[in-house]
Design a protein around this ligand. Structure first.
Ligand SMILES: *Cc1c(COP(=O)(O)O)cnc(C)c1O
Length: 433
């Protein structure tokens, strides 16, 4: 018998049989070691806020949080998830360009540490809501800086963007603070981009963000209780990419933080991380249903595809690049053949891997897409062809835990309704009167 993929000593065959496929499998040890590595090597004043957006599973968050990660949330459900995972409101920040009135109200009622405000319109609304509650709302300003720094997969700053308020607009306003008496301006946030794999770029970003924060705080006359330097640290997915070297990152960034931290002894310094914390812990596991050939090329058709893992399509690059993939039930067999690994959707785009080197694939094999713990099902069209959300399994302390049940047909149909004649008529009459 050949070797199989294991997580903390539990074999993939057993996990797939117990929970079915397709599924997402997370290694709790890996989640912990990601937080530990950052805490060990990066500046002691730096606090790590987990961006739930990258993986909103409450089980995943609970492991990260137990290790000291705090929470950065961007929706009502993410806020509630963080609270139920036991994150203290004082360790939650709420961010996002389109916050609803309900979300802003919940931020104030829950007492989150900071609302990261992204527009003048939002600021006016926060001021109004805080007045209604007889309180002052803690607000950090998200700045869209005039500069941008190379080295990010997706640039978020230094361009026309829906995120944050342009640096120039903030410097052009002299009475911003006076016009919002119910807002306690307490900090600055800047997020430069995602998938950053250059230690140099992180250091340069950080330096420029600190400089901007000081300048803006001086101009507006506000304190800096919080400076959030964003994050966007990447992981290597594709050939030719290299993982960040944490020791090197520390050597570059820590001296920058040192200077600022000394000058601002009371300021909370925050880094936001999504992908960096969760990507390497996760494997997307599918079972091969059929193998076939078409015009001389081999296809392995599996029970899950881009409906659960849109990132594997390789959007954003001209050539399709593959995530690392393995036949999990025979990991020691040499990869001698070229395979397209596809899913159950009726579109040619449903391709998890194109011309992947794999051992000979057979029906029933388990194929894994590695490094898939970030932006998986939550960032995929899980309802396409009505297959629904996959199961999620977390192995923690040597035990497997089902941390999300897969959707079944009833789950998918629960929110749909046959047209109801009576209800339709009532609405029409209501409008007419
Ligand atoms: C998406 C996002 C993050 C997380 O990004 P990663 O690249 O996954 O670390 C953090 N902050 C903001 C503002 C974001 O939009």
């Amino acid at each position: 018998m050949s070797a199989e993929f294991e997580v903390q000593g539990i074999g993939i065959t057993e996990i797939a049989e117990r929970y079915g496929t397709p599924l997402y499998l997370y290694d709790g040890d890996e989640l912990e070691s990601r937080v530990d590595g950052l805490k060990e090597l990066l500046h002691p004043r730096l606090e790590f806020f987990f961006s739930l957006k990258s993986n909103p599973n409450i089980g995943v968050l609970s492991v990260l949080h137990a290790r000291g990660a705090r929470a950065e949330v961007s929706s009502m459900a993410e806020l509630v998830t963080a609270r139920r995972a036991g994150v203290d409101p004082a360790d939650i920040i709420f961010l996002g360009p389109g916050k609803s009135a309900d979300e802003l109200a919940a931020c104030l009622d829950e007492g989150v540490y900071a609302i990261v405000c992204e527009s003048f319109g939002e600021l006016a609304l926060i001021d109004e809501f805080a007045a209604l509650r007889g309180m002052r709302a803690p607000v950090a300003l998200r700045v869209n800086p005039s500069f941008s720094v190379k080295g990010s997969g997706l640039t978020m700053g230094g361009k026309p963007r829906q995120f944050g308020i342009d640096e120039s607009q903030l410097f052009a306003s002299d009475d911003l603070v006076a016009r919002h008496p119910n807002v306690r301006f307490m900090g600055v946030q800047v997020y430069m981009g995602t998938r950053i794999l250059s230690e140099e770029a992180v250091a340069e970003n950080t330096e420029r963000i600190f400089e901007l924060a000081d300048r803006l705080a001086g101009h507006l006359g506000i304190p800096l209780e919080l400076v959030d330097i964003g994050g966007g640290l990447g992981v290597a997915y594709f050939d030719g990419e290299r993982d960040l070297d944490l020791a090197l990152l520390a050597a570059r960034v820590n001296p920058v933080i040192d200077g600022f931290a000394d000058r601002h002894p009371g300021t909370r310094l925050v880094m936001e991380l999504g992908r960096y914390l969760t990507a390497t812990s996760g494997t997307y596991v599918v079972r091969v249903r059929y193998v076939k050939e078409s015009m001389g090329e081999r296809f392995a058709v599996a029970d899950g595809g881009t409906n659960h893992h849109m990132a594997a399509v390789g959007v954003g690059s001209f050539v399709k690049r593959n995530f690392p993939m393995r036949v999990l039930n025979r990991v020691d067999e040499p990869a001698t053949e070229s395979w397209h690994v596809t899913g159950p959707l009726c579109t040619p785009n449903d391709t998890l891997g194109k011309k992947v080197q794999l051992p000979p694939v057979r029906p029933g094999d388990l194929v894994g897409v590695l490094r898939s713990g970030a932006y998986g099902p939550t960032a995929s069209p899980v309802l396409f062809l009505s297959h629904g959300y996959p199961a999620e399994v977390l192995v923690h302390d040597g035990r497997a835990h089902l941390v999300r049940t897969r959707d079944d047909t009833e789950d998918l149909l629960r929110h749909q309704h046959l047209p109801d004649r009576a209800a339709a008529t009532a609405l029409t009459e209501g409008t007419a009167s």
